[in-house]
Write a protein that binds this ligand. Structure first.
Ligand code: ZN
Length: 317
């Protein structure tokens, strides 16, 4: 289990939702043919296709960047407990979603963790709705499994980019886009829009989106670390296994417009499906037919938990 060396907390800029709606509408039009951004009541996320353990994304929204990709510097066995992370985020009984890595001590291998947990609160255990994807040794294909069907713990390994809130209903930003005309993924387009509009401020969005039509490029990390060191983006990209997967895909996403000096990974998105595919989302591969529907909320704080001393600058987004 990792000892959390320190936790840093920074307040983020949170624009009014109506202002944010207008900014995102204008910015996304540079990257998609059809764009409709609205302020809506968060849909019930316990329903299909989400099936999250809570209804909404609202109540004390915050993000965290935990640990980091430290290999080959060391500590590849680093492991974090999500209930402990919840307390570090000053939110017991939080709903936490996002992207992290399986704890190899527990799962027995590396894998992409698609994290969805309602953390423990007084009188109630944690509810783990997470998925994990790995490379199937039988056929080399993507293997997506429900975490709770195999493991009872709430731990993850190495690193995590997570959004946390009280899981309440409330107003959120709805993003509907069709047909990609620009070169950015949806997540990068959102991030670049905020960076362009608020160049002096740090904003973060967390939430979920569905790739409703089309296909996506994802990657999955191999079960074992390689015998050779991963020293560059080229090395890491060569080590990761790419796949093309099909809609509908449910994505869990965190993005930051500008790093306030915390060595943050500025975007990270993992996805799952109900047809056995999932992993780390890179972008869609079908710009002419792709359709996205997403729900996001700006975070009030970013918590940098256990920032590595020898931070790699590779593989940050
Ligand atoms: Zn990832």
């Amino acid at each position: 289990m990792a000892d959390i060396s320190n936790t840093e907390k920074v307040q983020l800029h949170v624009p009014d939702l109506e202002e944010l709606r207008g900014v995102l509408q204008a910015g996304l039009e540079d990257n998609f043919a059809e764009v409709q951004v609205s302020v809506v009541e968060c849909p019930d996320l316990t329903k299909e296709p989400f099936q999250f353990p809570v209804k909404g994304l609202c109540g004390k929204p915050r993000i965290t960047d935990v640990g980091g990709v430290m290999y080959p510097v060391g500590e590849i066995q680093k492991e974090y407990n999500i209930n402990t992370i919840s307390k570090e985020l000053e939110l017991s009984g939080a709903f936490i979603l996002g992207s992290s890595t399986t704890a190899s001590r527990i799962v027995g291998m590396n894998g992409e963790l698609i994290l969805l947990v309602l953390t423990e609160a007084e009188g109630r255990p944690a509810v783990n709705g997470s998925y994990f994807s790995s490379i199937n040794p039988a056929d080399g294909q993507c293997l997506l499994e429900k975490y709770r069907n195999k493991f009872s713990d709430c731990n993850f390994g190495l690193q995590g980019n997570l959004y946390a809130c009280e899981g309440k209903s409330g107003k959120v930003i709805e993003v509907r886009v069709k047909r990609r005309t620009g070169g950015h993924s949806l997540v990068t387009a959102l991030r670049k829009t905020l960076e362009g509009r608020y160049p002096d401020k740090s904003l973060a969005l967390g939430g979920t989106f569905i790739i409703q039509k089309g296909k996506a490029k994802i990657h999955i990390m191999p079960r074992e670390f390689p015998a050779y060191p991963l020293n560059s983006v080229h090395d890491i990209e060569g080590w990761m296994q790419p796949y093309e997967v099909s809609a509908p895909l449910v994505c869990l996403s965190v993005l930051v417009s500008r790093d306030p000096g915390l060595d943050l990974r500025v975007e990270h998105t993992h996805c799952f499906s109900h047809h056995g595919e999932g992993g780390h989302y890179d972008t869609d591969t079908t710009p002419d037919s792709v359709e996205y529907l997403g729900y996001f909320l700006p975070a009030e704080f970013v918590f940098r938990i256990d920032r590595p001393r020898n931070m790699h600058t590779v593989g940050r987004d």
